[in-house]
Design a protein around this ligand. Sequence first.
Ligand code: J2J
Length: 551
Amino acid sequence: LRETSLEYTPWPSNFVARYKSAKLWQESILGELLKPHLNKNKLAIIDDHIGWTYQELERNSDLLASTFLKMGLGQGDKVVVHLPNCCALFELLFALFKIGASPIMALPTHRYGEISYFCEFTQAKAYIGSAQLNEQVNDSVLNQLIDNKLIKFGYTFDFNENFISLNHELKSQTDDLELLNKVKVVPSNIALFQLSGGTTGVPKLIPRTHYDYLYSVIGSNKICNINQNSVYLAVLPVCHNFPMSSPGALGVFAAGGTLVLSNSGAPDNAFSLIEQYKVTISALVPPLAITWLSAFETRKNEKNCPDISSLQVLQVGGAKFSFEAAKRVEPILGCTLQQVFGMAEGLVNYTRLNDDVETILSTQGRPISEFDEIKILDDDDNLVLQGEIGHLLTRGPYTIRGYYKAAEHNLKAFTSDGFYRTGDLVRENENGYLIVEGRAKDQINKGGEKVAAEELENYLLSHSSVFDAAVVAMPDEYLGERICAFVIAKTQLCSPLKSIDLNKFLRSKQLAQFKYPDRFEIVKSFPKTKFGKVDKKALRIQISEKLNKLS
Ligand code: J2J
């Protein structure tokens, strides 16, 4: 038994006792989630190519788990998982949960820049990718990871001469599950690492234990009425915390329902999957929800309009869903809207399915648990009056007490008594529902995809012609926000600095596509606050006014 408890900031023992005695934390691990449903011959998961019953998923992940054990992967090992929405992803995740290895949930859009950092920072033993995702990228990612000695093993589910082919390994093995039966994983261990949207130079890793993650999933299931008849369509990248756990894929498995996986949220694809599998619930970010609304509104009166009447609930979260868009969900799609305001660090708020219309349309919900503690504070850390806007802080049975290996940052991100400073500006209505009013953290929320300004600024500052850089959000009708990079060039350059050079330079860093600035503004100076810091608020106003004039 190797507890990984030293690798995360533990909850104080009185909190552990509280969460256990209230039966929030159960003596169970994510690797056991499928067990209660094995004798039902029920479809657990299906993607564009393949579908498995609960038995098949369990068996495949058992075989993969024992393959990993034989290859020398086991308790406490970190594994960077870089897969799109596919059945193999869950075969893999369950295998890792069962052997006590911790997946790092990279997004399919991450590139070598992010992946190499995760490998290096966590000392990951393995990287698991797939050419299904993007052949070129994965080849080059793996070659570079191996050339630079960042990992010991590189695996894939498809054929690629540079990777260890898991399909091949699985075919060649017999039913030898003996090693696996000896493994004992304890629920206080790290189940997986989620990634923080971040506000700092590099993405932070979020260690989630089996205790806390399972509780968030089971608690979400009750609120979202997930049961064995639920059919959940995942079109968002399922490694993200929202479609994974709120209640997401894991919620569906816990309840014995069916998970339908797709890599495209395009309306026609989604509507036909909803019709085909009688999908009951799906989860979207606001821009995608708006796209579905417009598409279905147009198609509604067509003769061959898909039948999406099975859809009972549409969850929308990850960024603020406007009241105007929210109002259209029920009339157009004929299902209940559920607003979800969550974070990979923990706290998740939901509007309840039977809430009154006003609450559903104009709030972002209330916490999963009565054990979730919420504080709304002013700039000096004093409680605001009821109904006033302030900084949201939270502590609870599934909110982390610290980021992974980030002692210094944790001092700022958490209070001494363990509250997480979310960086969100909210107010609470008289019924305890939260309304997101803005953000104090230095982050851009591009339709649900989070970009830390500092990460981009650091890259820009490493360009030899850049004197200073400030990255801010600019308004966008569709995505809510896009990225604008203000840059001051060094003086005495031979030729003037151009956006195209900066763009090319950033692209050479091999980052996720969504992080590249949508606009560069090359300026002579930045406005400053009275404390002499770059006044980002003024920059946001500046770019927003300029865009208004242009349109
Ligand atoms: C406004 N801002 C929101 C909302 C998240 C469920 C749902 C979402 C996430 C998620 C998640 C918002 N309105 N409805 O992990 O389990 C912004 C806030 C928040 C940040 C967290 C889940 N829903 N946000 O989006 O870790 O700023 O998690 O602090 O990616 O997204 O981002 P992330």
